[in-house]
Structures are given as structure tokens and as C-alpha cells.
Write a protein that binds this ligand. Structure first.
Ligand code: KG4
Ligand code: ZN
Length: 335
């Protein structure tokens, strides 16, 4: 089965075509990073406007790259949330119209379901089958969730953040250090030359079940910068040490909880997904604690951050009884 998916929940306008839930025929992503650098974060109205400008372009390119024509596509999938309402509506409007005009079924997909299944993209299930249960940590700028996944379509939330997501904390910490947006890649770049033990930062709610909390850490980080005399007084080495200490602390908490869940629920596999799963230090930390379970992260960096290939894959596992009728509009799940 061939599914074309549209994703527009946050700041990436994306379109992908995926065969049988794993083979990526095209995966086109138009990132708005450049636009949001000026504000060091996403302004919803600005993001929505950029989606309107790009959605047709990414669709045309996804069709071209796949070498298929739209008539060969069996169904259209679209992210129905969670995300920013105005951004989601652009993708939903486009996908519903496309499905309606071309008489294709429409499949509404939960963005998080896409992230959860992103580790299976470009993995041939005839050769390498995912074994359940799986402990999945999905971390990005907007969400920070730990799931126990029982099957392709059956997942249980063990815990989430009570305030900020780790990606958001990375973005804010980078802003405090005057580094480029998005903060995650900037912090890890600076952390390479720093000492992770230079500053001791709090590890919030470490021993408290599967909940996460990063706002206290953000405050402590800001105080540490003040103690050192403020951002203008920081040496290059201090910036690197601060970045390394921040990265060490966030990743310690994330990997600690992921491995604890894997152990408690005797998981056969451990998966790390979402934008923050691109962080190499986090991958190493999580992998170090893995004993018998198989450790996976998305095969490509473009499958970690928001993309439509993961949405097409998630749609593949949605029962046909849940596909929408022609003209039916998906119910939007906004943040
Ligand atoms: O999944 P995603 O593209 O969008 C959301 O759904 O939010 O994730 C973006 C987030 C940003 O907060 C970004 O700073 C973070 O993922 N990120 C990273 C890295 N690459 C992206 N965080 C830490 N280390 C990275 N290498
Ligand atoms: Zn996401």
C-alpha cells in the first residue's frame, strides 16, 4: 500500500510517500528554522503563513521524487495534532481537499504516533522485525513523553513533562548563552569542548516515577550564568562548560527514566525518537545502560525531527474502519 502524508503541526512543512509502512519513496521537508531564528522560537501566525506558502511546493516535490503519479497513491494521511492549531489547519485543509478531489481515503494521524513508529522507517520488516513491548522516549521541543508500546497501534503513556519539554529546555538554555536557534544542535556543538562536570545542575524529579520537569533546571541554569557575571562576561570555555553541564544533566534524566521503564516492564526493545533523539550524547547514554534489549533510534536525522514519512507509516497501521469518509474533516487535536 502506498500512502502520501502531509505534516504541518509545528515549524516544518512536509510531504512524504511511503510504501507498505516502511519504504520511503520520498521525504520532503521545508524547515522554517531560518524564519524563526529572529524570534528564537516559533510564532504561530508566522509559522501558519509559511505553511500556506510551502505546502503545495513540498507536495509537488514529493510526487516528483517518488517517480509515481498521484493515481498510484492509495490513501492520503495528515497530522491531526497535537500541534499548533493554525499550523495544523493548513495541512488538514490541503490534505482533505486533495483526498476529496482525487477520491482517495483520508487518514487522520496523531503526531506522537508518528514519532513512536519512526524507528521502523527504512527497516524491512521481513528482515528486522520490531519486538514488543518497547519502551519509547519521544522528546522534542513540544513534547516529552515516555511510552510503553505493546503493538504498532497500542501504546500506553507512562509519563510526560509537567512543564517544559527537554527540546524546549535546550532551546531556552541556548538562548541564555546567546547561541543559535534551534538550541539542541547548538548546545551539543559547544558541549564538545566543555567539561560536563564543571557545573552541578539539579536533576528535577529524577526519582519520581516517569514524570519529567525541566523548568527548575532552566532557572538554575540562568542563575549559574548570573553568578558568573552574566552572558557578556562569559569566556568561550565557560560557555562550553555550561553547555556540556546542561546537556549532561538533561540527558542523564532522560536516559535514567527510559532505562528504568525498560527494566520495569521487561521491554524487548528501547527506542529513542523525536527531535532530541538526534543528540549523540543522549544516544550514547541510553545505549550504555542497555543490556538484553535492542536499542533503536530513527535511521536518519530527518526521521528524528518532524517529517511526513513517520505520519505515513503511522497511517499504515491505522485500521481501515477509522479511515475518514470523503468530505469528512479530521478532528483536530491541538496542544
Ligand atoms: O521533533 P521536532 O523537530 O519538533 C517538535 O515537535 O518540537 O524537535 C525539535 C526540537 C528542538 O527543540 C531542537 O532543539 C531539538 O529538537 N533538537 C535537539 C537536537 N536536534 C534537535 N536537541 C538536542 N540535541 C540535538 N542534536
Ligand atoms: Zn514532533
Amino acid at each position: 500500500m502506498i500512502i502520501l502524508a502531509i505534516e504541518s503541526s509545528c515549524d516544518e512543512t512536509a510531504c512524504a510517500i511511503v510504501k507498505d509502512g516502511w519504504q520511503v519513496l520520498s521525504n520532503v521537508i521545508s524547515s522554517q528554522i531560518g524564519i524563526h531564528q529572529a524570534t528564537q522560537g516559533v510564532v504561530p501566525e508566522v509559522a501558519a503563513r509559511a505553511h500556506v506558502e510551502k505546502v503545495q511546493i513540498v507536495f509537488d516535490e514529493a510526487i516528483n521524487q517518488s517517480g509515481l503519479s498521484l493515481s498510484e497513491v492509495d490513501a492520503i494521511a495528515v497530522t491531526a495534532g497535537p500541534g499548533m492549531l493554525t499550523s495544523l489547519m493548513v495541512g488538514i485543509n490541503f490534505a482533505s481537499t486533495l483526498a476529496w478531489i482525487n477520491k482517495k481515503p483520508l487518514i487522520a494521524v496523531d503526531h506522537i504516533h508518528g514519532h513512536i513508529l519512526s524507528t521502523g522507517l527504512e527497516v524491512d520488516p521481513k528482515i528486522d522485525i520490531i519486538e514488543f513491548p518497547v519502551a519509547v522516549l519521544s522528546v522534542s521541543g513540544g513534547h516529552n513523553d515516555l511510552y510503553l508500546v505493546h503493538d504498532y497501534n497500542k501504546y500506553e503513556l507512562l509519563g510526560e513533562t509537567t512543564d517544559d519539554a527537554a527540546g524546549e529546555a535546550y532551546d531556552k538554555a541556548a538562548k541564555m548563552l546567546g547561541l543559535e536557534y534551534p538550541g539542541g544542535p547548538s548546545i551539543s556543538k559547544w558541549a564538545m569542548h566543555g567539561n560536563p562536570m564543571a557545573f552541578e545542575l539539579p536533576k528535577p524529579v529524577l526519582k519520581k516515577g516517569y514524570e519529567f520537569s525541566f523548568s527548575g533546571l532552566k532557572t538554575a541554569f540562568s542563575r549559574q550564568i548570573e553568578v558568573l557575571g552574566g552572558i557578556t562576561k562569559l569566556s568561550e570555555q565557560q560557555k562550553s562548560d555550561l553547555a556540556a553541564s546542561f546537556q549532561y544533566t538533561v540527558n542523564y534524566v532522560l536516559s535514567y527514566k527510559l532505562l528504568k521503564a525498560a527494566d520495569e516492564f521487561r521491554c524487548k526493545e528501547i527506542h529513542l525518537v523525536g527531535g532530541v533523539s538526534a543528540n549523540l550524547d543522549l544516544r550514547e547514554k541510553a545505549l550504555k545502560g542497555v543490556s538484553k534489549a535492542k536499542f533503536r533510534f530513527p535511521k536518519e536525522i530527518s526521521f528524528c525531527t518532524d517529517n511526513a514519512a513517520m505520519i505515513a507509516r503511522a497511517a499504515y497501521f491505522i485500521d481501515k474502519s477509522k479511515w475518514l469518509k470523503p468530505g469528512e474533516v479530521p478532528k483536530v487535536l491541538s496542544w
